[in-house]
Write a protein that binds this ligand. Structure first.
Ligand SMILES: C[S@@+](CC[C@H](N)C(=O)[O-])C[C@H]1O[C@@H](n2cnc3c(N)ncnc32)[C@H](O)[C@@H]1O
Length: 470
């Protein structure tokens, strides 16, 4: 029911800045009157850049303090707007910065890293100029698409997890993935297969995972559905035919049953429709086997730079024992092992450790020791099983390592720590812990791992300057 005291208002506002989630911020102070008492309305707008003047429609404007909206009309573009991108393109949650020119995106990310560190009293001049991409498009080796309830196949709308925007094309996806997407969408329509409706929890098709190795050219296609393929035999065979006839490099086509209502993409049962269940990839000259659920760096061009930076900061030699905490399938471990005396890796996902061991073997490395464990417990057990490292490299998930793990690292007391982070906020929080244990921040190198998104990766080097224990 509409509240007549607070009618819908149309406002022309100027975007002041872009927040850390990619929303443009504008504010509107209502003129003092009976309805609002001069109250400020904070407006968060999608698809904008700083300085844009946009017209927005806000329901119940005077009754709110905050509104998240998409603009109706761009009245004047801001100075950093990339005018080559059409302004009427609906934007998915994946690329909130795509309307900003690339130089400005890099500046925005530099400022994020510097500001988070400065807020906690670190010297922001230690932050080196960000390393961007020469060609910042179509860089992803993995795309996870979602089927919507109305025949869409694409990405979630920014700020609305229930709405899927059909993906005609994506600035992030290699052309081959866009072609696969089109074939799968046509196939879905031809067989009238319903997409999964998250609200009613009905429908068949849930997600489409695409992996493509730029190095080996191998292509993997994985379909997630609420049922297995048995009742859809003809459709499944035809999908196989459509894809294999188009792509000689399709080395894996899998149908995964995912029956539970949980949002996280997962497989209760695997059905291989074509080829094998993994893909071969390469990074920094090392070979990796990647399964559908294996974590692997998604931008290989920037990931190679990241690994090289970590190696440079680590400055390892053949006398050193190195620990790679949160090691995954060994992206940092293998290059570190090649240059050191011995390397240990700790990781919580058992399949990743199985894969890391195999990857070490496939690459002829025999000085590695991999352990499936939670980071904190792993640090305790490692000393017993393997000894004390000279250097610790860590690459935790976006949420950071957290206080308990950082305190354990502080007590562990290696002379040098190389911290690879995908969130400047959690990096800063974790570095505060290390500072309390007598570590000094030497340098921070941001890397733009994901152009057009708000994410920024950083590699930080820390040295222990006193052994003060907390
Ligand atoms: C950002 S990824 C880095 C992986 C690896 N360094 C790479 O580049 O491929 C973070 C890794 O931490 C692992 N992880 C998450 N929580 C963990 C925990 N509590 N203990 C150990 N590993 C954990 C994840 O499974 C994931 O492989």
């Amino acid at each position: 029911m509409t509240d007549n005291r607070y009618p819908t208002e149309t406002l022309d506002v100027t975007i002041l800045n872009i927040d850390e989630k990619g929303y443009g911020y504008a504010k509107h102070v209502h003129p003092p009157d009976r309805g609002s008492n001069g109250r400020t309305l904070h407006i968060y707008v999608t698809n904008v850049v700083p300085g844009d003047v946009v017209r927005v429609t806000i329901p119940d404007a005077k009754g709110r303090r905050k509104a998240i909206v998409t603009y109706d009309e761009l009245l004047k573009p801001g100075p950093t707007r990339n005018l080559e991108i059409p302004t009427d393109v609906a934007i998915s949650g994946g690329t909130p910065l795509q309307y900003m020119n690339y130089e400005a995106q890099l500046e925005y990310k530099m400022a994020l890293v510097k500001n988070f560190l400065a807020e906690q009293g670190f010297d922001s001049s230690l932050v080196q100029p960000i390393i961007g991409m020469d060609e910042p498009t179509r860089y992803r080796n993995k795309m996870e698409l979602t089927f919507g309830g109305n025949g869409e196949l694409g990405m979630h709308q920014q700020g609305n997890f229930r709405k899927v925007i059909d993906l005609e094309d994506s600035i992030l996806a290699p052309h081959i993935m866009v072609t696969v997407k089109k074939i799968v969408s046509t196939w879905q329509k031809d067989y009238h297969l319903p997409g999964y409706d998250k609200t009613n929890k009905t429908g068949l098709l849930r997600n489409l995972l695409l992996r493509y190795s730029f190095a080996t050219k191998e292509l993997m296609v994985v379909l997630y559905a609420t049922e297995g393929p048995a009742a859809y035999q003809t459709a499944a065979e035809d999908l196989t035919q459509r894809l294999t006839s188009q792509f000689d490099n399709l080395i894996s086509l899998q149908w995964m049953k995912h029956a539970s209502s949980g949002e996280r993409i997962q497989a209760d049962e695997t059905f291989i429709l074509h080829g094998r269940d993994y893909l071969n990839d390469e990074l920094n000259g090392f070979k990796y086997r990647i399964w559908p659920d294996t974590f692997f760096q998604a931008n290989p061009i920037q990931a190679e730079k990241l690994v090289n930076l970590a190696l440079e900061m680590a400055d390892v030699n053949k006398d050193m024992h190195v620990l790679d905490l949160f090691c995954g399938v060994g992206t940092f471990s293998l290059p570190l092992a090649q240059k050191s005396k011995a390397l240990a890796g700790i990781e919580i996902v058992e399949n990743s450790i199985i894969s890391a061991k195999r990857n070490a073997k496939d690459n002829g490395l025999n000085n590695t020791y991999f352990m499936t464990a939670d980071a904190r417990q792993g640090l305790i057990d490692l000393k017993e099983a393997w000894g004390h490292p000279d250097l610790l490299v860590l690459d935790p998930p976006r949420s950071g390592a957290g206080g308990k793990v950082m305190r354990s690292i502080g007590r562990f007391g290696t002379d040098k720590v190389v911290y690879v982070s995908c969130s400047p906020k959690s990096l800063t929080d974790d570095l505060v812990w290390l500072r309390n244990f007598g570590y000094e921040l030497v340098t921070v190198q941001p890397v733009d791992q994901f152009p057009h998104t708000t994410h920024v990766e950083s590699v930080a080097l820390l040295k222990r300057v006193n052994s003060k224990m907390q």
